[in-house]
Design a protein around this ligand. Structure first.
Ligand code: GDP
Length: 330
């Protein structure tokens, strides 16, 4: 058994061709939920869903989110209606007093569905309707995710990091907004003053997560701030990681980030935007997998390979390096 931590794309890319080294049935994934948003009343869990759709064989592997060849009739109609009704486009964060009334699971991540700011496909939306409805019926996010995983035929245990709501909020000079509103809605344009994981003081990892963290852990290439940060903000999670072997794959080659907002977010919270900064963010990590071209000298064991993850063969190569690192430190 080896447990992987996942944000949006990095860990799913690593797992996508690595079944031979990390068979899904023996490789649970713990997904970040700090990115989750309630949009138009539906709870969307982007990081869980990327693994759900990947393992379910329906993921759009161009974008690494949503369902391949999904239609977007509802999304388009929402925009047509908003235009016709002269309603300004999103992201439309609901007022503060609406953030905590009603569903506990939705707090501090509620956005209006008017002129929907994230493109949600029609089949994709069915997942969110089912998820939200089962939560409303009283099930936990862990139970609901298991039900959805069964429906998609997953062999893997897919575990939300917590059943308690945690919202990754980006503070800017103009106030704050949810990570998804900043990243998708505003294309990461507003300058970041700080990042907050609202709710994390009261959130706990689930029993299923703590059990999974008894196994050796791999942090696939991930943004350490908004993908892994919400997990580490829970004391119990951090403690569990310090008790088990942990191998992390860098999302950088030295100071060059592969993609996404990791460098900008790290700089904003005072981390060095580089492999070194990632290593500093993970004091509990016992070894690192770095790119051949990454000369960073860390005081922990380093295993090098070409860490570009563009094909299944790439995933297999990086997975083998991860396995080698695990065997060295376990
Ligand atoms: P995202 O930021 O929503 O995509 O979610 P993640 O937390 O999963 O971040 C993915 C991280 O993986 C980013 O910081 C990228 O720099 C990194 N990344 C993307 N593609 C590759 C790749 O091919 N190889 C490696 N090593 N890292 C990658």
């Amino acid at each position: 058994m080896t447990t992987f931590l996942a944000g949006g794309t990095g860990t799913p890319k690593l797992l996508a061709g690595a079944e031979e080294v990390f068979p899904p049935a023996e490789t649970p994934v713990i997904g970040n939920t700090g990115d989750d948003v309630e949009l138009g009343g539906l709870l969307v869990c982007p990081d869980l869903d990327t693994v759900l759709f990947l393992d379910g064989g329906v993921l759009d592997r161009e974008r690494w989110w949503g369902i391949a060849d999904d239609s977007t009739h509802t999304h388009e109609e929402l925009h047509r209606l908003a235009d016709a009704a002269d309603l300004e486009g999103g992201p439309r964060y609901l007022p503060h007093d609406r953030q905590t009334s009603g569903r506990g699971i939705a707090r501090w991540r509620r956005l209006s569905g008017v002129a929907e700011f994230m493109e949600i496909g029609d089949r994709d939306r069915a997942v969110h309707v089912t998820r939200t409805s089962l939560l409303d019926e009283g099930r936990t996010l862990t139970e609901v995710t298991r039900t959805l995983a069964d429906a998609y035929g997953l062999e893997r245990d897919l575990l939300p990091m917590s059943d308690d709501p945690v919202a990754s909020l980006i503070h800017t000079d103009d106030g704050f907004e949810h990570f998804q509103s900043w990243w998708v809605g505003h294309r990461a344009a507003p300058e970041i003053a700080d990042v907050e994981f609202r709710g994390s003081d009261d959130a706990e990892p689930t029993d299923a997560v703590l059990d999974a963290l008894d196994a050796p852990v791999v942090i696939g290439p991930s943004n350490p701030v908004t993908s892994i940060g919400p997990m580490l903000a829970m004391d119990g999670f951090r403690e569990a990681l310090s008790r088990t072997p942990v191998v992390a794959v860098s999302p950088f080659v030295g100071e060059e980030v592969f993609s996404g907002p990791a460098a900008e977010l790290m700089a904003a919270v005072g981390m060095d935007p580089s492999t070194r900064g990632v290593a500093e963010a993970y004091p509990f990590a016992d070894a690192f997998v770095l790119d051949d071209e990454d000369g960073t000298d860390l005081e922990r064991p380093v295993f090098r390979t070409d860490t570009a993850l563009d094909t299944g063969a790439d995933s297999l190569r990086v997975a083998r390096a991860v396995r080698e690192a695990l065997e060295a430190v376990a």
